[in-house]
Design a protein around this ligand. Sequence first.
Ligand SMILES: O=C(O)CCC(=O)C(=O)O
Ligand SMILES: [Fe+2]
Length: 172
Amino acid sequence: MRCMAVALSLPEDHFEEFINPSFWVCRAIGYPPLTPEAMEANPGGVGCGAHSDYGCWTFLLTDETRGALKVEGKDGAWVDADPVEGCYVVNVGDMLMQWTNGLFKSTVHQVVHLGSNYRVSVPVFFEPSWDARITPLETCVAKTGGKPLYEGVTYGEYLLGKVATNFYADKK
Ligand SMILES: O=C(O)CCC(=O)C(=O)O
Ligand SMILES: [Fe+2]
């Protein structure tokens, strides 16, 4: 976040009050091989539906499985984001997109694991503080047409909204 502040010509500690303490999360996710019954219920084999991450940055470490994590390109086509030894996949999250008024984009991605192995991934989500108010930065608004594209949001409320629509949408 300090590097980002410098890159945006802001004081190095600009984000400190919004990220301290961070509402970070680390998950270990298992994708078992799909049984014929699971394939029938979920023909595309989608293990994690298309979404963008919610917060600031995601650092994702995966096993060696190829062809599972897919990122949506500018043309809408899915591109494989295969593991590179010794590297993390780094995603920009929605809060960075809102802060930068769209200058940094939160990329849409999904997981389709059709292999016979048990795939494991471990993302670390670095998030703002629960009650941080995120509004487009003036410097970014100036660089992106002069109008704020987002009205501002409190991170905790945004997260609860995303969880409600992503996990419980059909249970209302
Ligand atoms: O399992 C993966 O490679 C990605 C998981 C993911 O996108 C997420 O948990 O937000
Ligand atoms: Fe994700």
